[in-house]
Write a protein that binds this ligand. Structure first.
Ligand code: SF4
Length: 317
């Protein structure tokens, strides 16, 4: 049984101008010990999917799913209880995640005290161990510091140590390297992979960056307009993508263009979140669209564990 098992999740938010379909039909299966990347453009529903798993969808949001389970428990009823105990979060901007006026010692202690019944000395030793586990070279000095005295990479390691302090086995990392420069971001990804191996963690990695998927993930799911359109092992998704949208994303990468050539762009835009979509959401932008694409939902295609939704036959991919 997958640790996270989502089938046809939709999250709709009522507004005075009509319902916003933030997530329309997302399916995700994440096995224990896996780093699973969820990728797509802004507005594709990836962050809202993560918020729904954490039980933090906006007030009044309507959550509907065929399955929405974490380790067999229905997240519609149990997300708030699981958050901070079994499910943790690594935020995009570590500076915003840390309190600027409290020392790291105080912030680590607050988290450990909320989750562990330890005396002060034990909590201090735990904080030192967790900071060391994230690769911070001098944990005692870090504990005496305030967030502004640490670099962005060090702050992100503290945020990861706080997530570990909760004892959570499943972490949702929402664009964890976006606020960092490239080399520091690569170190943070390597750290997450190391922690997955050493501590048996499972990670849902939300990103808009194909390089993060390639570097850090075992499997990936591509979202478009609130729907999961392709999923599979990272090598299969990146090297032989089945869905035209995934192919367009890969073609738009700087490395895909010859030196000096213009980057390929995906013409058009995502359907507005209030619109109804009858067929394939990508139909208005797809260079291979068929006559039936706009009106008829695309069928599932697959090569073993690599699956996608498209009217084109498998051998056209
Ligand atoms: Fe393109 Fe049609 Fe496939 Fe959608 S279903 S990705 S429009 S070919």
């Amino acid at each position: 049984m997958p640790l996270l098992d989502i089938r046809n999740l939709s999250v709709s938010i009522p507004t005075s101008e009509g319902e916003v379909h933030a997530v329309r039909a997302v399916s995700l299966e994440i096995e224990r010990g896996e780093v699973h990347g969820v990728i797509g453009e802004s507005g594709c529903g990836k962050t809202m999917t993560g918020m729904a798993v954490l039980g933090l969808a906006p007030k009044g949001a309507r959550i509907v799913a065929d399955r929405f389970n974490f380790d067999g428990e229905d997240l519609r009823e149990r997300a708030a209880q699981l958050r901070g105990r079994r499910i943790g979060m690594i935020a995009q901007d570590p500076a915003a995640a840390l309190n600027p006026v409290l020392s790291i010692a105080r912030q680590m202690d607050d988290v450990i005290r909320a989750h562990r019944d330890l005396p002060h000395r034990g909590r201090h030793a735990e904080a030192v161990e967790l900071l060391a586990a994230t690769g911070l070279p001098d944990p005692e000095r870090v504990l005496r510091s305030y967030p502004h005295q640490l670099s962005g990479g060090m702050q992100q390691r503290v945020v990861i140590a706080q997530a570990l302090a909760t004892g959570a086995e499943f972490l949702i990392a929402d664009e964890p390297t976006t606020a960092l420069d490239v080399s520091v971001g690569a170190q943070v990804l390597a750290l997450l992979r190391k922690l997955v191996t050493e501590r048996g963690l499972t990670v849902l990695m939300i990103t808009h960056d194909m390089d993060v998927i390639a570097e850090a993930c075992d499997r990936a799911t591509v979202l478009y307009a609130g729907r999961s359109v392709e999923t599979g092992p990272v090598d299969a998704v990146l090297q032989s993508p089945g869905h035209p949208y995934t192919r367009a994303l890969l073609a738009a990468l700087p490395d895909a263009a010859p030196l000096g050539a213009r980057l390929a762009a995906i013409e058009g835009s995502i359907p507005p979140p209030r619109s109804a979509i009858a067929g394939c959401a990508f139909a208005s932008r797809c260079p291979q669209a068929l006559q039936q694409c706009a009106a008829t939902p695309p069928p599932g295609r697959n090569r073993a564990a690599h699956r996608w939704l498209c009217h084109l036959p498998e051998d056209a991919a």
